[in-house]
Write a protein that binds this ligand. Sequence first.
Ligand code: ITT
Length: 192
Amino acid sequence: MKLIFATHNAHKVAELNQLLPKSIKLLSLNDIGCHEEIEETGKSLEENSKIKADFIRNKYGLDCFADDSGLEVELLDGAPGVYSARYAGPNKDMEANIQKVWSELDGETNPKAWFRTVFYVYFSGKEYELAGRVEGTIIFEKRGTGGFGYDPIFVPKGYQKTFAELGEDVKNKIGHRAIATQSLLKIVKQNC
Ligand code: ITT
Protein backbone atom coordinates (compact mmCIF):
# COMPACT_ATOMS: atom_id res chain seq x y z
CA MET A 1 0.00 0.00 0.00
CA LYS A 2 1.28 3.47 -0.89
CA LEU A 3 0.97 6.40 1.48
CA ILE A 4 2.29 9.86 0.75
CA PHE A 5 4.08 11.71 3.53
CA ALA A 6 3.80 15.40 2.65
CA THR A 7 7.32 16.40 3.57
CA HIS A 8 10.62 17.32 1.90
CA ASN A 9 12.51 16.42 5.08
CA ALA A 10 14.46 13.21 4.35
CA HIS A 11 15.21 12.67 8.07
CA LYS A 12 11.50 12.47 8.85
CA VAL A 13 10.87 10.00 6.02
CA ALA A 14 13.74 7.79 7.19
CA GLU A 15 12.41 7.90 10.77
CA LEU A 16 8.87 6.94 9.73
CA ASN A 17 10.06 4.22 7.36
CA GLN A 18 11.62 2.43 10.31
CA LEU A 19 8.39 2.61 12.27
CA LEU A 20 5.92 1.48 9.62
CA PRO A 21 5.59 -2.13 8.42
CA LYS A 22 7.22 -3.05 5.13
CA SER A 23 3.76 -3.49 3.57
CA ILE A 24 3.37 0.31 3.59
CA LYS A 25 5.39 2.11 0.97
CA LEU A 26 5.96 5.62 2.22
CA LEU A 27 6.44 8.17 -0.55
CA SER A 28 7.83 11.63 0.13
CA LEU A 29 7.00 14.74 -1.91
CA ASN A 30 10.29 14.29 -3.76
CA ASP A 31 9.29 10.70 -4.61
CA ILE A 32 6.08 11.90 -6.29
CA GLY A 33 7.86 14.75 -8.11
CA CYS A 34 6.32 17.52 -6.01
CA HIS A 35 9.15 19.99 -5.51
CA GLU A 36 7.02 22.95 -4.48
CA GLU A 37 7.52 24.40 -1.02
CA ILE A 38 4.07 24.28 0.59
CA GLU A 39 3.65 27.55 2.45
CA GLU A 40 3.13 26.96 6.14
CA THR A 41 0.96 29.98 6.89
CA GLY A 42 -0.84 28.53 9.93
CA LYS A 43 -0.51 29.83 13.47
CA SER A 44 -0.33 26.37 15.05
CA LEU A 45 1.07 22.91 14.35
CA GLU A 46 -2.54 21.75 13.87
CA GLU A 47 -3.22 24.35 11.16
CA ASN A 48 0.04 23.73 9.31
CA SER A 49 -0.25 19.95 9.21
CA LYS A 50 -3.74 20.33 7.70
CA ILE A 51 -2.52 22.93 5.16
CA LYS A 52 0.20 20.52 3.95
CA ALA A 53 -2.10 17.47 3.82
CA ASP A 54 -4.87 19.46 2.08
CA PHE A 55 -2.43 20.67 -0.58
CA ILE A 56 -1.49 17.11 -1.56
CA ARG A 57 -5.03 15.77 -1.22
CA ASN A 58 -6.40 18.52 -3.50
CA LYS A 59 -3.60 18.32 -6.05
CA TYR A 60 -3.18 14.54 -6.34
CA GLY A 61 -6.36 13.07 -4.77
CA LEU A 62 -4.29 10.42 -2.99
CA ASP A 63 -4.21 9.10 0.57
CA CYS A 64 -1.63 11.15 2.38
CA PHE A 65 -0.62 12.68 5.65
CA ALA A 66 1.47 15.61 6.79
CA ASP A 67 3.11 16.42 10.07
CA ASP A 68 4.08 19.67 11.60
CA SER A 69 6.44 19.42 14.51
CA GLY A 70 8.28 21.75 16.77
CA LEU A 71 10.16 22.30 19.98
CA GLU A 72 8.12 24.03 22.69
CA VAL A 73 9.98 25.57 25.64
CA GLU A 74 7.93 26.19 28.77
CA LEU A 75 9.77 29.36 29.87
CA LEU A 76 9.39 30.80 26.36
CA ASP A 77 5.61 30.31 26.40
CA GLY A 78 5.86 27.46 23.91
CA ALA A 79 8.33 29.13 21.51
CA PRO A 80 9.86 28.35 19.07
CA GLY A 81 6.85 26.03 18.51
CA VAL A 82 5.28 26.43 15.11
CA TYR A 83 8.21 28.68 14.12
CA SER A 84 10.88 26.08 15.01
CA ALA A 85 12.42 25.88 11.51
CA ARG A 86 12.66 29.66 11.08
CA TYR A 87 13.05 30.87 14.67
CA ALA A 88 16.12 33.00 13.88
CA GLY A 89 15.09 34.02 10.36
CA PRO A 90 13.71 32.83 7.03
CA ASN A 91 16.65 30.72 5.88
CA LYS A 92 16.10 27.80 8.28
CA ASP A 93 19.56 28.12 9.86
CA MET A 94 19.61 25.52 12.66
CA GLU A 95 22.80 26.86 14.25
CA ALA A 96 21.22 30.32 14.52
CA ASN A 97 17.93 28.83 15.78
CA ILE A 98 19.73 27.01 18.59
CA GLN A 99 21.75 30.12 19.50
CA LYS A 100 18.49 32.08 19.72
CA VAL A 101 16.87 29.50 22.06
CA TRP A 102 19.97 29.66 24.27
CA SER A 103 20.05 33.45 24.34
CA GLU A 104 16.33 33.74 25.15
CA LEU A 105 16.77 31.25 28.00
CA ASP A 106 19.78 33.16 29.30
CA GLY A 107 21.30 30.30 31.33
CA GLU A 108 18.10 29.16 33.13
CA THR A 109 18.60 25.88 35.03
CA ASN A 110 17.22 22.76 33.30
CA PRO A 111 14.56 24.55 31.26
CA LYS A 112 11.65 22.26 30.55
CA ALA A 113 10.72 21.67 26.91
CA TRP A 114 8.95 19.14 24.74
CA PHE A 115 8.77 18.17 21.11
CA ARG A 116 5.25 17.99 19.77
CA THR A 117 4.01 16.71 16.47
CA VAL A 118 0.61 16.82 14.84
CA PHE A 119 -0.30 14.54 11.93
CA TYR A 120 -3.17 15.36 9.62
CA VAL A 121 -4.21 12.21 7.79
CA TYR A 122 -6.43 11.44 4.79
CA PHE A 123 -6.91 7.70 4.68
CA SER A 124 -9.56 5.44 3.16
CA GLY A 125 -12.16 8.20 2.79
CA LYS A 126 -11.75 9.57 6.32
CA GLU A 127 -9.60 12.27 7.91
CA TYR A 128 -7.86 12.31 11.27
CA GLU A 129 -5.74 14.60 13.47
CA LEU A 130 -3.18 12.72 15.59
CA ALA A 131 -0.62 14.00 18.08
CA GLY A 132 2.58 12.94 19.81
CA ARG A 133 4.70 14.59 22.49
CA VAL A 134 7.96 13.87 24.33
CA GLU A 135 9.10 15.87 27.36
CA GLY A 136 12.63 16.78 28.37
CA THR A 137 15.02 19.62 29.09
CA ILE A 138 17.26 21.95 27.10
CA ILE A 139 21.02 21.89 27.65
CA PHE A 140 23.43 24.73 26.86
CA GLU A 141 25.91 22.82 24.71
CA LYS A 142 25.42 20.69 21.60
CA ARG A 143 25.97 16.98 22.19
CA GLY A 144 25.79 14.15 19.68
CA THR A 145 25.71 13.79 15.93
CA GLY A 146 22.51 11.81 15.28
CA GLY A 147 19.04 13.12 14.52
CA PHE A 148 18.46 16.65 13.23
CA GLY A 149 17.16 20.06 14.22
CA TYR A 150 17.16 20.66 17.97
CA ASP A 151 18.11 17.04 18.84
CA PRO A 152 21.68 17.94 20.05
CA ILE A 153 20.30 20.24 22.78
CA PHE A 154 17.30 18.16 23.92
CA VAL A 155 17.60 15.59 26.73
CA PRO A 156 14.41 13.50 26.98
CA LYS A 157 12.96 12.89 30.47
CA GLY A 158 14.48 9.81 32.15
CA TYR A 159 17.72 9.99 30.12
CA GLN A 160 21.10 11.70 30.59
CA LYS A 161 21.92 12.01 26.89
CA THR A 162 20.50 14.13 24.09
CA PHE A 163 18.36 12.74 21.29
CA ALA A 164 21.37 13.30 19.01
CA GLU A 165 23.49 11.05 21.29
CA LEU A 166 20.82 8.45 21.99
CA GLY A 167 20.23 7.75 18.32
CA GLU A 168 17.35 6.40 16.36
CA ASP A 169 16.50 3.36 18.50
CA VAL A 170 15.49 5.49 21.47
CA LYS A 171 13.88 8.22 19.37
CA ASN A 172 11.86 5.57 17.54
CA LYS A 173 10.49 4.34 20.88
CA ILE A 174 9.77 7.52 22.83
CA GLY A 175 9.92 10.30 20.20
CA HIS A 176 6.99 12.56 19.35
CA ARG A 177 6.65 11.25 15.78
CA ALA A 178 6.95 7.64 17.01
CA ILE A 179 3.97 8.20 19.32
CA ALA A 180 1.84 9.78 16.58
CA THR A 181 2.93 7.00 14.22
CA GLN A 182 1.52 4.36 16.59
CA SER A 183 -1.88 6.05 16.22
CA LEU A 184 -1.42 6.21 12.45
CA LEU A 185 -0.65 2.49 12.41
CA LYS A 186 -3.85 1.69 14.30
CA ILE A 187 -5.86 3.60 11.67
CA VAL A 188 -4.10 1.86 8.80
CA LYS A 189 -4.71 -1.55 10.41
CA GLN A 190 -8.40 -0.79 11.09
CA ASN A 191 -8.94 0.14 7.45
CA CYS A 192 -7.07 -2.67 5.75
P1 ITT B 1 8.60 19.78 6.31
O1 ITT B 1 7.78 21.00 6.65
O2 ITT B 1 8.93 19.65 4.83
O3 ITT B 1 7.99 18.51 6.85
P2 ITT B 1 10.54 20.82 8.24
O4 ITT B 1 11.98 20.47 8.46
O5 ITT B 1 10.19 22.25 8.01
O6 ITT B 1 10.03 19.87 7.04
P3 ITT B 1 8.67 20.85 10.52
O7 ITT B 1 8.06 22.09 9.99
O8 ITT B 1 7.75 19.76 10.96
O9 ITT B 1 9.73 20.23 9.46
O10 ITT B 1 9.61 21.09 11.76
C1 ITT B 1 10.05 22.36 12.09
C2 ITT B 1 11.39 22.30 12.75
O11 ITT B 1 11.22 21.73 14.06
C3 ITT B 1 12.44 21.43 12.06
O12 ITT B 1 13.09 22.11 11.03
C4 ITT B 1 13.37 21.15 13.24
O13 ITT B 1 14.22 22.22 13.47
C5 ITT B 1 12.39 21.05 14.42
N1 ITT B 1 12.07 19.63 14.64
C6 ITT B 1 10.96 18.97 14.26
N2 ITT B 1 11.04 17.66 14.62
C7 ITT B 1 12.24 17.51 15.22
C8 ITT B 1 12.93 16.43 15.79
O14 ITT B 1 12.42 15.20 15.79
N3 ITT B 1 14.14 16.63 16.30
C9 ITT B 1 14.69 17.85 16.30
N4 ITT B 1 14.13 18.93 15.78
C10 ITT B 1 12.90 18.77 15.24
